[in-house]
Every structure is written in C-alpha cells, then in structure tokens.
Design a binder for this molecule. Structure first.
Ligand code: SAM
Length: 322
C-alpha cells in the first residue's frame, strides 16, 4: 500500500466510508503524500501528462496577447495584475512579466488583495475534488469510498442532500434511460470561484479546461472521473492514491451560472483553438512564432499546430467579465 493508502484506510477503519471529495482531496493535496505535493514532477515527458502550459513559448505569448486585450479594455491601468490560479510549475510567469504576476496554487497561504486584472486558470477546475452520486430512477445516493481486502471500493450511501438533488435532477432528466447513472457533484467549484471573485475587482476571469455543457452530459452516463499515470488514462480512480492524477470534466453551464450569480458577465463558451486564433490574429502570429533560427521556428510552428489541432477542440475557454 502507498503511504497515502495507509492513511485513508486508517481513516475509513476509524470513521467508516468517506465521501469521494475527501478521498480525492487527500489523494491529490495531502501535505506530505498528495499527488500534487510530492517531489515527483507530474507534468511533461517524464511525468504523467502534458498541459498546454508546457507548450512554451507559443502558449504563453498567445495568452499574454489575450491578457493585453483585457488590459486595454480596462483603460490600460498602471498596475494590471495577472493572478494565475492553479499555477502548477508557473510556466507562464515569463510571459506575464510586464504585469503584476501572482501565481496561486493549492498550498498558497494568502490571496492577492483586490485588484484590476485577469484571473487566469489552465486545467484548475478539473482538479477540484468532487462528490459522486449514483442515480437509479428516483433514487439519488451519494457514493462513498470503503476499504476492504486491501482495496478501495465504492459504497452506495446516504441520499443526496436537497441542494445537490436540485443540481442533479435537470441533468438526469436529459438521459432517456435514467435507471443507472453516475454523475459528479462539483462541490468545490462555487467556493473556488468565490475566492477568485473576492480578489478580482475589475477585469476578466479566463478559465481553460475540458468539460461539458448541460446538454452534453448525455455523453457521460457513467460520469467523467479519470486517472492519469505515465501518459495513460485509467478508469480506476481509487487505485494507488497519491501515485496517479484524478480529474473530473468541468460542468461549464454550472460554472457560468455560479459566475453570473457573482455578478460576472459570461462570454459564450468557445473552443481553445478559436480563442488562440483570435489572440494571434492581430499580427498574423508574427510575435507568437518569432524565433532566432529555422529549427526554433519549426519547433514553434509545431507547438502552434498542437495547440490548435491537438488540444484546441478538446479544451474550451470560458471568459467572465466584470
Ligand atoms: C492539472 S494542474 C494544472 C497546472 C497548470 N495550470 C498547467 O497548466 O500546467 C492543476 C493545478 O491546480 C492546483 N490546484 C488545485 N486546487 C487548487 C485551489 N483550490 N487553488 C489553487 N490551485 C489549486 C494543483 O495543485 C495543480 O497545480
């Protein structure tokens, strides 16, 4: 067993099966053994997955161009801030150098004071712990995590609380057959958005991630939880806690609804490809692809191709203005 599996198993022995959000939170963010806290780097070739943030300099240059447009919209104030939420390795730092850059990750102790600027996130919302509900017709139950015979396993538990039943009902209603559904509850999404909103006085919140709108939920009758390890997608998210990533697709409609309640104006959800094309359009990608020699130029063109065609249709951008 991994050290984290020992910790989780002991907790379950003492208090009974735990909510999946507690399992996921511990697996990813336990201060000593959590997946994102261990010294092993999860990103890149030697790690478990790539994000767009590793495609530098092209991604950074295009996102910086998009931030410039927001700065301009706000009247080019002298102290424009970029707070990158879920910054990971903070690979975007050099591209935000002309702004006040504030990287925030799960262990960052203090938030920036209220600012005019941009809150930017790439693949943050898919890494927030979720709960899991099992739906059998009119029966909506939380799924807890139990531990038996050296393995973690799902355990149907108490009925879903009213607030989350109200969230699930319209989603479940979209399925023709609702005799056996598994759906996630984004229990940490609104609190995270509220923290972002409390820092952002004026400007934009730009969230890049993969996910679904309420209409698209019908593609996921068994939910969207997934683990990643050594560039392989794994369905068993309960295995080897601390050694593999755990993600859930982002419910964009709910994210936009929460943002509207906080006073944001939501721009239409768009593909990342379209977003980046718009960011590079003013100078026909000249600055994004600027390179000192032919081999570097070829490498940058390949990065742009991966961003537009490899990731551009999977990832989406939600822009929220205030
Ligand atoms: C999938 S990684 C993405 C990292 C980086 N943005 C990139 O594109 O490579 C998700 C990151 O979000 C961080 N994170 C998770 N929950 C967070 C929270 N509530 N506040 C800030 N960062 C958080 C994780 O620690 C992790 O570094």
């Amino acid at each position: 067993m991994t050290p984290l599996a020992e910790i989780l198993a002991a907790r379950i022995r003492a208090h009974g099966p735990i909510l999946f959000s507690e399992f996921m939170d511990t697996a990813l963010y336990h201060p000593a053994h959590g997946y994102y806290r261990s010294p092993r780097d999860p990103f890149g070739t030697q790690g478990d997955f790539f994000t767009a943030s590793q495609l530098q300099p092209v991604f950074g240059r295009l996102i910086a161009a998009a931030v410039h447009a927001h700065c301009h919209r706000c009247g080019d104030p002298p102290h424009f801030t970029v707070a990158e939420w879920g910054a990971g390795r903070a690979e975007l730092a050099p591209y935000f150098a002309e702004f006040h850059y504030f990287p925030i990750d799960a262990a960052t102790p203090a938030l920036p004071p209220p600012f005019t600027g941009v809150v930017f996130s790439n693949e943050l919302f898919d890494a927030l712990p979720v709960d899991v509900a099992s739906i059998r017709g009119a029966d909506f139950r939380l799924m807890r995590v139990d531990h038996r015979d050296d393995a973690f396993l799902w355990q149907p538990a108490e009925p879903v609380a009213d607030q989350w039943r109200d969230y699930l009902e319209p989603l479940a209603a979209r399925f023709e057959d609702r005799s056996h559904l598994t759906l996630e509850l984004p229990v940490r999404l609104a609190p995270t958005l509220e923290r972002m909103a409390s820092s952002l006085q004026r400007g934009a919140l730009v969230a890049i991630d993969y996910g679904y709108t309420h209409r698209e939920i019908v593609r996921f009758p068994s939910g969207t939880l997934m683990s990643y390890r050594r560039h392989q997608a794994l369905e068993n998210v309960l295995r080897d806690p601390g050694l593999q990533d755990i993600t859930a697709h982002v419910p964009f409609t709910y994210l936009a609804d929460c943002a509207a309640r906080l006073g944001f104006e939501c721009a239409p959800l768009e593909d990342m490809a379209r977003y980046l094309l718009r960011a590079g359009e003013p100078d026909q990608f000249a600055s994004a692809l600027d390179a000192p020699d032919a081999p570097s130029a070829a490498r940058l063109r390949l990065q742009l191709k991966t961003l537009l065609f490899g990731m551009g249709e999977t990832f989406r951008v939600l822009t929220l203005l205030r």
